[in-house]
Design a binder for this molecule. Sequence first.
Ligand code: 23J
Ligand code: MN
Length: 259
Amino acid sequence: MSNILGELMGAIASGGVRIVDLTQTLDTDTPIIPLPEEWAGTKPFTLEEISRYDDRGPAWYWNNFACGEHTGTHFDAPVHWVTGKDYENNTTDTIEPERFIGPAFVIDVAGKVAEDSDFLLTPEYVQEWEKEHARIEADSWVLVRTDWGLRKGDDYLNLSEDGAHSPGFHPDCVPFLAQERDIKGVGVETVGTDAGQAFGFEPAFPCHTLMHGANKFGLASLTNLDKLPPTGSVVIAAPLKIIGGSGSPLRVLALVPGA
Ligand code: 23J
Ligand code: MN
C-alpha cells in the first residue's frame, strides 16, 4: 500500500482520524418533503420482510424497501432541477466519482436558528465566517450546521398553515457559493436544501435553482454536523448508481482529525 493510504489506515485504526456518520437512519417515519398539493409528492420509506430464517427462506434474512430518490439523508444531482438538466454527467450514474469527495467547511448558525426558524444564510454572514476561520476552497462541501437534525416528530418539518418554517439560504448566498467560491455543493440538516418558505422566494427554491443551475450538488437531512470542526474534515457522499437518477439516499461519512 502506498505511504499516504497506509498512513490514513493507520490513523483511522489509532483514532488519529475519526469517522463521523452524517446520516439519519431510514425508518418508516422518516419525514418526506411536503409540497403544495398541485404537485406530485414522493413515497416515504417502506420496508417489507422477504424472509427471516423461516419457511420463506430457512437460512437467510432480507427485506424489500421502497422510497423516493429524495428520502431521508440524500443526494441531489444537478439533473434534479430543470436548470441543471443539460449538463453532461449530471445524473447519479454518470457523475465522476472523484466529485463525491471533498474538504468540508462547516458554518455554524445553530444559535441564529434557535432564535428564528426561518433564518437565511447570507453572503455577508459567510464572509464574516471566512474572516474568523478560512476562505472557502473551490470544490469543497459547504455544510450548514443548524442543529435541525436534533429535532424530533412534527418539530422537524415545522409545518404551519402557510407552509414549513425551516432555515435555508438567502437567494443571494447561492450564486456567491456557486460562482465566487465554486464549491462542490451544499449540505444541510433540513428535509431539503431550500428553506421551508422558499417556494415563495424570488427565484422560487433558489438553492435548487441556482446550485443545480451551476452543476453543483446538494445533501439534505444530514445530522451530526455539531461533531465536525469548522475546517479540516473531508466528506465522502457517493449516491447509489441509479440509471438516470436525480438523487438517492446515501451514507455520508466525514473523516475528522482526532485528538
Ligand atoms: C422537489 C421539489 C421541491 C423541493 C425538493 C424536491 C427537495 O427539496 C428535494 O428533496 O430535492 S424543495
Ligand atoms: Mn432532494
